[in-house]
Design a protein around this ligand. Sequence first.
Ligand code: UDP
Length: 326
Amino acid sequence: MSTRKKKVLISGAAGFLGSHLCDRFIKEGYEVIGMDNLITGDLKNIEHLFKLKEFEFFNHDISKYVHVARDLDYILHFASPASPIDYLKIPIQTLKVSSLGTHNLLGLAKAKGARILVASTSEVYGDPLVHPQNEDYWGNVNPIGPRGVYDEAKRFQEAITMAYHTYHKLETRIVRIFNTYGPRMRLNDGRVLPAFIGQALRGEDITVFGDGSQTRSFCFVDDLVEGIYRLLLSDYAYPVNIGNPDEITIMDFAQEIIKLTGTNQKIISKPLPQDDPKQRQPDITRARAILGWEPKVQRAEGLRITYEYFKSLSQEELYNSAHRFS
Ligand code: UDP
């Protein structure tokens, strides 16, 4: 009997989601080849894997030609800046990684006869006019607004992935990821959860953008990883939303973080960024039907785990958290 381990290439391996996927595929008995150019990723997220013979890492920008000498069974494309302030500061790289980078990985998948899963996003729905968002909704995106560099790159990514599927018969999967949180989020990535917890830990006021009536629906990272794992191994080539439908306003979320951390700081208002979606909630009917998947971790439990992670960071990490590109 063959004992050959399946091989998976993960782009964005040193990032928040990529590193959790590396852990999961190692645990499932795969050989994992991680790739990252470390613009927003951090080797700390995967340093525990370097001692394993099943894990290999390449520092490479996938928007340039990607060479992998070995055979591959699967490719997971998770490389991209993923927070609004990141893609505001590095807009061209953001566009390139989901366009040129996706093209390179699709070409690699075709050459290797590998199945590829690409990380898409609820941002393809933009500031949605349909609520909750199901996969048949085409979205409401401003192509030339500040978020356009991310949203349109991800929409292009879906288009080229489907083209490889229909034209080249490539095995492709598309996951539309809704706001996800958990350990290894970057404290300075500007997203709402690390922003609020970082502020609480540093004794700063909590910055709610706008009047805080905008909503998000937060999914714990372990639930997301389970959904992605199931989607990869399914035979479904069309987009699937993976997220937690438990929707909350940002103001209520700020109150939850204040309660969780016990901070005495007050909530202050900051201007709402341009094109900030007013509401977002995944319709996960498709994921339930096709993958038998739904989230298991309640927000109270997920937030507790995530808070423990942020508390374990050093003072230097906590205070040296000016934005990377500023
Ligand atoms: N937000 C906020 N204060 C912050 C950071 C973000 O009120 O310090 C808001 C932001 O305007 C948005 C929501 O929280 O309405 C989620 O923002 P995030 O950047 O985490 O993700 P996205 O907008 O991409 O869902």
